[in-house]
Design a protein around this ligand. Sequence first.
Ligand code: SF4
Length: 340
Amino acid sequence: MQRSEMKTEREKILEVKDLHTYFCDERAFPVKAVEGLTFHLLKGEVLGIVGESGCGKSLTALSVLQILPPGAKIVKGEILFKGKDLIGLSQKQLNTIRGTKISMIFQEPSSYLNPVLSVGYQVAEALSAHTGQSIRDAMKKARQMFKEVGIPDPEQRVHNYPHEMSGGQKQRVMTAMALINEPDIIIADEPTTSLDVTVQAQIINLFKKLLKDHSSSIVFISHDLPLVSEIADRIIVMYAGMNFEEAPVDVLIKDPKHPYTKKLLESIPKESSSWQKMKTIPGAVPDPARKPGGCPFHPRCDYAEKDCNQRIPFMTQVDDTHFTACYHYEKIKNSNKQNI
Ligand code: SF4
């Protein structure tokens, strides 16, 4: 059975099909940063996207909103939002979707907040720009949103400038900005990376609360598998711009069917771990300009066979909800234990 034929009760609010996003330079071969990525997001679902730095997670998020960095281009694929392909829409059409239907929370809030405007104004402006409401009226909703995302004393804090807020508070401001237009989808790209562990936990709790209070669907992107597993319903594991494994979070953790996922799980520090005991994944994510032939994981893979450097593995269905891109996944026996 093909993945596209799977019966799901909930609506697929976002479908990314065979996405190829390359960095193109006329003088050189294109750099295939995202290569043939396919996934979907159900209404009301939290989909985690996990992988090491440089695996194409953020570029995938930017591709969905088509706010790509210089040189990057979607060369193939479909991005269906409620069944309508976003690729090929004009900037004007895309602007009616960005921020209102699909919002993004970025990794480093300081880079996206204007230092010379109050945070309340910036949140209100996100609403005013899309609805035509006056800033004065939009400010009332901004205050409500500040309260909702747990910023104390919202009446006063809306007047603060970004430098007057902590990292965690700035991320709450970004969350308020992403939510103020009540979007259908929120894409959160490493939203807790720059925060300390305690504030990370607070932001995750905030997301959980917002999930209860709103009907948004969330794509939660992070290199941190334990963190993602706290909030996601389903996870896809990316490597070298490709989807390596996809499964509901419990299944992926208890019974991974891709050697890379297994390695990621084994590298999670256990409570008793010392630095000496911690396992790491030997080698590094390949440079997208120099990916090894065949399976891009083969130089780091304990299960590699002769054929692994010959052909790129495509997604194979393991059971109803579990997919892996590995020729030899059956070799991964039940050595898997509860890792998280
Ligand atoms: Fe390892 Fe081969 Fe599977 Fe790639 S296809 S993950 S190299 S066993």
